[in-house]
Each structure stands twice: as structure tokens, then as C-alpha cells.
Design a protein around this ligand. Structure first.
Ligand code: ATP
Length: 228
């Protein structure tokens, strides 16, 4: 059974429908890339999973029907979200930001600082004083502190310098290799997605139009639906 399963998922912003039938599965320990051009429904699918927008269709996590749950309960089931725009509490310190997200499990201040040494070094600094890359690491650290079973990364490398992007991809690769965490990843870098992902799901106008093993994702599909 898949850890996360979406089938025929629909969602609207008021009168404007954004999702028309999203099918998506993430198994235990699997890394899945959610792909598609801008505005095709990737972030809206994430919002549907995290119950930040009402949705129709089948939406389950570890066998639980997500429709009946508020967002904090979805997090409690083990869905850790790193949202677009790397949100954290700007006036709290790095340590306070991490602790405010903490749930019991293997991820602690110590293990997050081991993954992101710079967060350890800056633990007493206010989040607002961090660089963009460090804030993104903090956003990932906060999601890990919830001890998730599924980590969702929505454009986690967006707007960052190449060296910081490389560091974040290295972390994703380490999480996959060392922890077996399931990961759903949205990003513009096709080459990095190819490197870390087991499977891909491609959206076009709010619908799943292709899904399969990453190595089966050919240039035809990429040109047609992802625009490369
Ligand atoms: P991007 O890479 O640009 O974030 P995306 O694939 O994540 O693209 P979504 O953000 O999910 O796409 O957008 C899907 C559709 O929903 C688009 O047509 C978008 O204009 C619309 N949409 C997104 N957010 C809102 C909102 N808050 N209110 C109304 N429409 C929205």
C-alpha cells in the first residue's frame, strides 16, 4: 500500500477550479518528483494534501482519509511540509524555530545540526538575520523536527545561489540514502530531480498526464509538459 495516495483529486480557489484530476502515489522510502510547468497545479496539490485547501477525490495517508482532518492533524500523521517561500518565525531564534516544530522521534536539535552544521553554529541567532540559504535550511530543519514519514519540498532551492542549491540537493540525497524517508519534491531543476527521484508524476492543467519510473521519463514528455 502507498503511504500517500491521491486519486482523481479536484480543488478550486473560489469559482476558479485549479485541480481537475490529480493521481499521485508515494510509497514508503520513495522519492517522487511532482513536475509540470508554472501554474499547472503542483502547489495546489500540496495544499490539498496538507488540507490547506478543500479538495474532492481520494486523498489518503497511511490509510487515513485526509478529508476529515484539519491541517495540524495531517502534520501529526507524519506529513512534513517545507512550503514554497521558506516560511519560519523571523523573530524567533534558530533554536526556538526548531523546538517549536518538535515532535518525538529521531530528529532532534542535535541531529538537525549534524545535517545542517550552520544551523548549529547559528542556534542563538534570530531567523531574520539568516541568509536566504540558511533560512531554507531552517525551513527543512523545522519539517524534520516534526519527525515526518513523508517530507514535501515545494521549490526548496528557488532563488538560491548554486552552491547552496547543491548543499540542499546533497541533503535530499542523504535523507534518501540514510533515513529512507519518503519525499515528494517539486523543483525546476530537471537534472537534480532525475538524480534523486525514483518516480515522476507530471501535471498539465490540474491533471496527471504522465507518471512512471524516472528513467522512463523521456524528452518527448518533458518537452510537451514540462517545457524543456
Ligand atoms: P508554480 O510553479 O507557478 O507555483 P504550480 O504548478 O505550483 O505553479 P499552482 O500554484 O498550484 O501551480 O496553481 C494552479 C492554478 O491555480 C493556477 O492557474 C493558478 O493561477 C491558480 N491559483 C493558485 N493559487 C491561487 C489563489 N490563491 N487564488 C486563485 N487562484 C490560484
Amino acid at each position: 500500500m502507498s503511504l500517500l495516495q491521491l486519486s482523481g483529486v479536484t480543488a478550486s480557489y473560489g469559482a476558479s477550479q485549479a485541480l481537475f484530476g490529480v493521481d499521485l502515489e508515494v510509497g514508503e522510502g520513495e522519492v517522487v518528483a511532482l513536475m509540470g510547468r508554472n501554474g499547472m497545479g503542483k502547489t495546489t496539490s500540496v495544499k490539498a494534501i496538507c488540507r490547506m485547501i478543500g479538495a474532492g477525490g481520494t486523498l489518503t495517508f497511511d490509510g487515513h482519509d485526509l478529508h476529515s482532518l484539519p491541517s495540524h492533524k495531517v502534520a501529526g500523521l507524519g506529513v512534513g511540509l517545507v512550503p514554497e517561500g521558506r516560511r519560519c518565525f523571523r523573530d524567533l531564534t534558530v533554536r526556538e524555530n526548531l523546538l517549536s516544530a518538535a515532535r518525538p522521534g529521531d530528529w532532534t536539535l542535535g541531529s538537525v545540526a549534524e545535517m545542517f552544521p550552520r544551523l548549529g553554529e547559528r542556534s542563538g541567532q534570530r531567523a531574520a538575520s539568516l541568509s536566504g540559504g540558511e533560512q531554507q535550511m531552517l525551513a527543512i530543519g523545522r519539517a524534520l523536527m516534526t519527525n515526518p514519514r513523508l517530507l514535501i519540498l515545494d521549490e526548496a532551492t528557488e532563488g538560491l545561489a548554486p552552491l547552496i542549491r547543491a548543499e540542499i540537493w546533497e541533503v535530499v540525497a542523504r535523507l534518501k540514502r540514510d533515513t529512507g524517508l519518503a519525499i515528494l519534491v517539486i523543483d525546476k531543476s530537471i537534472s537534480e530531480l532525475r538524480r534523486v527521484s525514483d518516480r515522476a508524476v507530471v501535471l498539465e492543467r490540474g491533471r496527471t498526464v504522465w507518471s512512471g519510473a524516472m528513467e522512463a521519463l523521456g524528452s518527448e514528455v518533458l518537452e510537451r509538459y514540462v517545457g524543456v
